[in-house]
Write a protein that binds this ligand. Structure first.
Ligand SMILES: CC(C)(COP(=O)(O)OP(=O)(O)OC[C@H]1O[C@@H](n2cnc3c(N)ncnc32)[C@H](O)[C@@H]1OP(=O)(O)O)[C@@H](O)C(=O)NCCC(=O)NCCS
Length: 176
């Protein structure tokens, strides 16, 4: 059997375009639900400056990640959904996808990223719940994490975070 970690190294990590919409919708419907897939598609095709990346292997989309602007601290993003097709999990593809997305976000001048997720998974990228402490949101807690893309971006900041309403509905479903 091929080395699973070698598979992640061979995958292509790239921004998505209009031609990828159907594949992303199918992937997210399989991993999450058709309603989350619809919200994700609306965000990608809407006016906000989202970052949408896919992991592609032999021409097939096996993973997707979306970062969406949120209002609060200067140049902040929310990370979700982040999805890898079941047959392609535990091969480090999800990890590489996050790394590529964070690098691209940093290059484009984004200063921080928030995620509601598993601390054991997202801590490998530097996400910490204490970094998100300043955010006044009802889902505050150990699974609400943040990462500074620019050192000090969140230090001393506190206040509400404003997510698109459709995004909040989808996030509640993901968080389960
Ligand atoms: C979470 C997800 C994106 C990870 O992608 P992946 O490509 O399978 O993950 P990777 O191969 O990069 O990383 C595997 C590692 O993450 C760990 N891991 C996977 N899912 C995890 C989870 N839900 N919580 C904690 N750790 C997890 C594995 O144990 C493994 O650990 P190791 O590197 O120490 O061996 C993927 O499992 C997925 O799509 N899950 C369903 C949707 C989901 O839960 N998305 C996250 C929403 S916040």
């Amino acid at each position: 059997m091929a080395d699973p970690k070698g598979i992640a190294a061979r995958a292509l990590y790239r921004e998505t375009g209009a031609a990828d919409r159907a594949a992303i919708r199918a992937l997210e419907a399989e991993v999450y639900s058709s309603s989350i897939a619809a919200v994700s598609e609306a965000l990608i095709s809407g006016p906000a400056e989202t970052l949408s990346l896919a992991a592609e292997i032999e021409g097939r989309l096996v993973g997707h990640i979306l970062l969406t602007p949120i209002a609060g601290p200067d140049r902040a993003l929310a990370l979700a959904p982040h999805a890898i097709l079941p047959a392609w999990r535990d091969m480090q593809i999800g990890t590489e996808l996050v790394r590529h997305a964070l690098r691209m976000a940093r290059e484009r001048g984004w200063r921080s990223v928030f995620v509601y997720g598993q601390p054991d998974y997202y801590c490998r990228f530097g996400f910490r719940s204490r970094t998100a402490d300043g955010a006044d949101v009802s889902w505050q807690g150990p699974r609400f994490l943040a990462l500074e893309l620019e050192p000090g971006a969140l230090s001393g900041w506190s206040g509400p975070l404003a997510y698109p309403e459709a995004y909040l509905a989808a996030a509640r479903t993901i968080a389960g």
